[in-house]
Design a protein. Structure first.
Ligand code: SF4
Ligand code: SF4
Length: 370
């Protein structure tokens, strides 16, 4: 495992981080905790979670794992400015996370999910979340205040130039880097740590290895290439992987041990293959889950990815939707695309800023019986 300093914090973190949003909840709590301990034994020392992840079980699962782990790790968790809009609420959120994680302090606490400047302004207003976090820092409950952002590079730069955050968590990967790298470079300029989430584009790369064969160099799979792109990039501090199995931990650690940065020729080859719209891929983050019509928005948008990534035509999308109704992620749907009342709630929440309502209209056409 390779370790690098997180920004200017003095903390040496593993370049592979454990993202706690994809635990397999069909397994026992102990089995999931064991996966965390396995990752720790493999040298991973950065563990990222949040209230709400994995049906709100993620922090508790880490807490269970930490009880039987050597005390040489860093833990990161989060709170949204919309949910904790006063200093007192922000402090309560920290105390609750500490209790669930069973640790005396949180090393990296995120002002979570900034999607527009208004969220940042809310966090920073007098008496708001940031003030509460500063108080937690003074009390020794939080080491570093950081943020997570789904904004364009110029907005990330505006947020970080104020020197309020030690680092930033952002969604960057081998498919969207032409659009996302500005934010990474801005963070580098300000000496911040950069944690990359979503390295495999919401699982799209492992699911479509044939189509993404162009990513791979000699002797590696497209998935390994996508991990190598970030893990070996000197601009990135930690790459979060949403591990579900030991095999995935092994793969990421193997890539970290061997990783050679992509060459200019590699990057040129990848750029030449990328469509102009891979910034518009649904990552499966699930932030759009609260639809008043119970439409499984994330599932529909994941299926829509096939159109965005591979330009599938209407006939192919009809087949794809029908197959997902029968066997796939749309099998348990309570409502269909045509039930959308265009309230806009999902688009407001979407970390990728996707035109969900328009896409649902396409899907409703594909779902219509002829
Ligand atoms: S716009 Fe449609 S899909 Fe989105 S939350 Fe509202 S009803 Fe649900
Ligand atoms: S539609 Fe947007 S918010 Fe919903 S899962 Fe996809 S990227 Fe996330």
């Amino acid at each position: 495992m390779r370790y690098v300093e997180y920004g200017r914090t003095g903390k040496q973190v593993s370049v592979v981080g454990f993202g706690g949003m994809r635990f397999d909840l069909s397994r026992s709590r102990e089995e999931n905790a064991e996966l965390v301990r396995y990752a720790s034994a493999c040298g991973i020392n950065y563990f990222d979670t949040a209230p709400g992840y994995c049906q709100d079980q993620s922090e508790d699962l880490f807490g269970l794992a930490f009880k039987d782990m050597p005390n040489d790790f860093y833990v990161s968790t989060k709170g949204m400015p919309e949910n904790f809009d006063t200093a007192a609420k922000a402090r309560e959120a920290v105390l609750r996370s500490l209790e669930r994680l069973g640790v005396p302090k949180i090393h990296f606490y995120h002002v979570w999910c900034l999607r527009k400047m208004a969220h940042y302004d809310l966090a920073m207003r007098p008496g708001g979340q940031y003030e509460g976090l500063l108080r937690c820092q003074e009390e020794g409950l939080v080491d570093h205040i950081v943020c997570s952002s789904h904004q364009p590079g110029d907005q990330i730069a505006r947020i970080l130039e104020g020197n309020k955050f030690a680092g930033v968590l952002l969604g960057a990967n081998v498919l969207n880097f032409p659009y996302r790298w500005d934010g990474v470079l801005a963070a580098n300029r300000f000496g911040c740590g950069v944690v990359a989430m979503n390295p495999l584009a919401g699982g799209a790369i492992p699911r479509h290895e044939k189509e993404f064969a162009f990513l791979a160099g000699a002797g590696e799979t497209p998935t390994e290439a996508a991990l190598r792109f970030l893990i070996a990039a000197p601009q990135i501090t930690v790459v979060l992987n949403g591990f579900t199995t030991r095999g995935q931990v092994d793969t990421a650690c193997r890539v970290a041990d061997r990783a050679e940065p992509m060459t200019d020729a590699d990057i040129a080859r990848i750029r030449a293959h990328l469509g102009s719209n891979l910034n518009e891929v649904c990552t499966g983050c699930g932030y759009c889950k609260d639809c008043p019509q119970n439409i499984p928005v994330a599932a529909y948008m994941q299926v829509y990815n096939d159109k965005v990534m591979f330009g599938r035509d209407d006939a192919a999308m009809r087949r794809e939707i029908a197959s997902n109704h029968e066997w796939g992620i749309l099998g348990m749907r309570e409502a269909e695309a045509g039930d959308c009342i265009e309230c806009g709630q999902c688009e407001e929440a979407c970390t990728q800023h996707l035109p969900i309502i328009e896409r649902l209209k396409d899907i409703a056409r594909w779902e219509a019986k002829e």
